[in-house]
Design a protein around this ligand. Structure first.
Ligand code: IMP
Length: 189
């Protein structure tokens, strides 16, 4: 059967210089993380907190890979600075719909780059007294790290390059690519 990645090759997928993580690799990895979370959180009804917008494919697939009761909530943040780099100053645009005191919270991020966003969010959520708080990220760009952030569940180590797809965008585009890749320079012009 033709994969979704193949059907994308003739459309926006043509803007990719190369694919780093295929749809199949991602699918497999998300199932593995889901299995781990199922095992670690048995009977603890974790609350997955997704950081919009980049988390949406990941959290949707991850939640469906967890064979336990889970709840899902979202936050949206903006980091000043713009461009390809996050600026480190984080502002909450949309907060959680519920309190998290006593809850087992898993923060779900698309990618940890400098770690500034995750550090801010972890510190912020800790003040709300969850029973536990862990970080889950599909991609870890550890070379770019400026803040120490312990990632409990990680999908792939990501090279220190700007990547798009599976939720990650460039100027709002490419989030709907089923794989993760690097854009051709002309697509970033
Ligand atoms: P950090 O605060 O530097 O860790 O940045 C985290 C956020 O920056 C992510 O949630 C993404 O929204 C964005 N980001 C970092 N690296 C990339 C990338 O390579 N492609 C797309 N977005 C990225």
């Amino acid at each position: 059967m033709e994969t979704r990645t193949e059907t994308w090759k003739d459309s926006i997928g043509a803007d990719l210089d190369r694919i780093l993580f295929t749809e199949e690799q991602i699918k497999q990895k998300v199932v593995e993380i889901g299995r781990e979370i199922t095992r670690d959180y048995r009977g603890r009804r974790p609350l997955l907190v997704g950081i919009l917008n980049g988390c949406f494919p990941f959290i949707a697939d991850l939640a469906r890979s967890i064979r336990e009761y889970v709840e899902v909530d979202f936050m949206s943040v903006s980091s000043y600075g713009g461009g390809l780099q996050s600026g480190g100053v984080v502002r909450i645009l949309k907060d959680l719909n519920q309190g998290i005191q006593g809850r087992n919270v898993i923060l779900v991020e698309d990618i940890i780059d400098t770690g500034l966003t995750a550090r801010y969010l972890l510190d912020n959520l800790l003040t709300r007294r969850p029973a536990s708080l862990e970080l889950c990220a599909l991609l870890d760009k550890s070379e770019a790290r400026a803040e120490v952030v312990p990632i409990r569940y990680v999908g792939f180590e990501c090279p220190h390059e700007f990547v798009v797809g599976y939720g990650l965008d460039y100027n709002g585009l490419y989030r709907n690519l089923p794989c993760v890749g690097v854009l051709k320079p002309e697509a970033m012009g």
